[in-house]
Design a protein around this ligand. Structure first.
Ligand code: AMP
Ligand code: FE
Ligand code: FE
Ligand code: ZN
Length: 281
């Protein structure tokens, strides 16, 4: 059984519709797929219909943006009740702030580059959670950079003078809100230092103490050493480990099923969750 627990659609910063992500997953030979768009569950319905059609199991999930001491932490949530008020309010606040923050970044870029807000909107699905990959797509389309990677390496990185931050909850609070919604919390790419600063293990410990259940140890952005460290840390904190691709369609080189999760771990996630069920064909 092949299980990929971290993917994005155009409900956030992926390039494919939720239904197309599910179709691509079926085509890649996956048996179970989790859709985990940034700060939104608006892709769940389209993915669910497509999962039935393609005969593949769907884990409805999310990737919540949080921040600790200025360091971005992504928290995967699985099988939470999407209507839980505490979580819903926090996600709305985060998405709204992402909108003004993206406008701010584009305003800064527009002082030096031929890029305006309308150029970016061309790459954003209505209602989607907006992020830097949408700005990157506009920079590529306008031939200002040659690739999304190039955009992050030049204008959009965390250290760039054009960078601006958006509101994000504290990670311990995000873990609690997910728990209150009956969801299962797993820290995404905890050691991916090559994409930006990372938190030290004490923060991960605090998240575990607040109810976080797992670490996404197997991720394309992790080196061999990072995988070994994550495996040891998870064992010492009593956390399970997952593996996933973090697929974004053509906005990233990550391919579906690049990393996978053990079926025993999926069963643990199902046993812990009390929000919604895994949808099976
Ligand atoms: P944001 O959510 O706006 O802060 O942007 C972060 C998102 O950009 C992450 O979810 C990644 O999907 C994407 N990202 C970060 N670094 C890179 C990179 N070097 N190349 C492509 N995508 C990236
Ligand atoms: Fe993303
Ligand atoms: Fe992430
Ligand atoms: Zn992701």
């Amino acid at each position: 059984m092949r299980i990929d627990l971290h993917t994005h659609s155009c409900a956030s910063d992926g390039s494919e519709s939720p239904a197309a992500v599910v179709g691509s997953a079926a085509g890649a030979g996956l048996d179970v797929l989790a859709l985990t768009d940034h700060d939104t569950t608006s892709g769940w319905a389209g993915a669910a219909t497509a999962a039935q059609h393609h005969g593949i199991a769907l884990v409805r999930g999310i990737e919540i943006s949080s921040r600790h001491d200025g360091v971005s932490i992504h928290l995967l949530g699985y099988l939470q009740d999407p209507t839980a008020p505490g979580l819903l309010a926090e996600l709305e606040r985060c998405r709204e702030s992402r909108e003004t923050r993206a406008q701010r970044i584009v305003e800064l870029l527009s002082r030096d580059l031929p890029l305006d807000w309308d150029d970016v909107l061309e790459h954003v699905e209505p209602g989607a959670t907006i992020g830097r990959p949408h700005i990157a797509a506009a920079l590529v389309a306008k031939h200002i950079v040659t690739s999304v990677n190039d955009a992050f390496a030049s204008y959009l990185g965390n250290g760039s003078p054009y960078y601006a931050a958006h509101y994000a909850p504290d990670p311990v609070q995000a873990v609690r809100l997910l728990g209150e919604a009956g969801g299962v919390a797993v820290m995404a790419h905890p050691f991916a230092g090559r994409r930006g600063p990372i938190v030290d293990d004490s923060v991960i410990e605090a998240m575990a103490a607040a109810g976080m259940a797992g670490l996404e140890v197997h991720h394309p952005d992790h080196s061999g050493d990072e995988v070994r460290h994550g495996t040891d840390l998870a064992a010492s904190l009593g956390l399970f480990v997952t593996g996933s691709s973090d697929y974004h369609g053509d906005r990233k080189t990550n391919r579906l099923g690049d990393r996978t999760t053990d079926p025993v771990v999926l069963q643990q996630i199902e046993d812990l969750a009390s929000g919604v069920e895994v949808l099976r064909p």
